[in-house]
Design a protein around this ligand. Structure first.
Ligand SMILES: [Fe+2]
Length: 199
């Protein structure tokens, strides 16, 4: 079939259909990449330069394409400057990341401790892969990853989440200090709530 015009609105409709079916985290992480890929292929129709502005100071520039009133089905365009990186973190919901422009590196992390000591976590890197316009990664809520724009140029990616990650129980990890702590972006939340749905 010739895909002539998949849009953010069509993606949202398809995500709503999947969510209504009551699919769990793993099923959503399995199904959403194909939808994200269709939207990436149509980026010339909807991606605009004002959506791709980096935050600066190691803060992602985040443009919200969509978020349901209950904060579910959040879709963001995320832009990083060269050198920007996140700490290892989980999301507390399924997540899908697709490259749009430029490239960056995704690192996977594995938790080695049993989680019984509050505030303590031992995580170790467990693989890496490049994210560019030809690649999509997906993960369930407990998966741990970090992103690093090690490309030397601006990198922009499409992020889809089962729920806006400022409204989930998610964590960041410090591999050197062996700690785990809540991970909220705060500033991001205000930008998301005030944004409008894109075409
Ligand atoms: Fe993440």
């Amino acid at each position: 079939m010739c895909d002539t015009g998949y849009s953010v609105k069509q993606l949202v409709d398809d995500l709503r259909d999947l969510a209504r079916e009551g699919r769990d985290d793993a099923a959503m992480a399995g199904a959403v990449p194909d939808l994200a890929k269709r939207l990436v292929l149509m980026k010339h129709n909807w991606l605009r330069s004002h959506m791709c502005v980096a935050g600066g100071g190691n803060a992602a520039g985040i443009y919200a394409l969509h978020e349901e009133p209950d904060h579910s089905l959040a879709i963001f365009v995320v832009t990083w400057l060269p050198g920007d990186e996140t700490p290892p973190h989980d999301h507390g919901t399924w997540a899908v990341i697709a490259g749009l422009d430029g490239h960056e590196t995704n690192h996977w992390w594995k938790r080695l401790d049993d989680g019984t000591t509050p505030g303590h976590a031992d995580v170790r890197r467990a693989g890496s892969e490049r994210i560019d316009a030809a690649s999509i990664i997906a993960m369930t809520g407990e998966a741990i990853h970090s992103l690093h724009n090690d490309s030397g140029a601006v990198s922009t990616t499409l992020h889809l989440y089962g729920r806006n990650v400022d409204y989930t129980d998610r964590h960041k990890y410090d591999p050197a200090r062996h700690t785990i702590a809540p991970y909220k972006l705060g500033v991001t939340t205000r930008a998301i709530v005030s944004s409008q749905e894109a075409p």
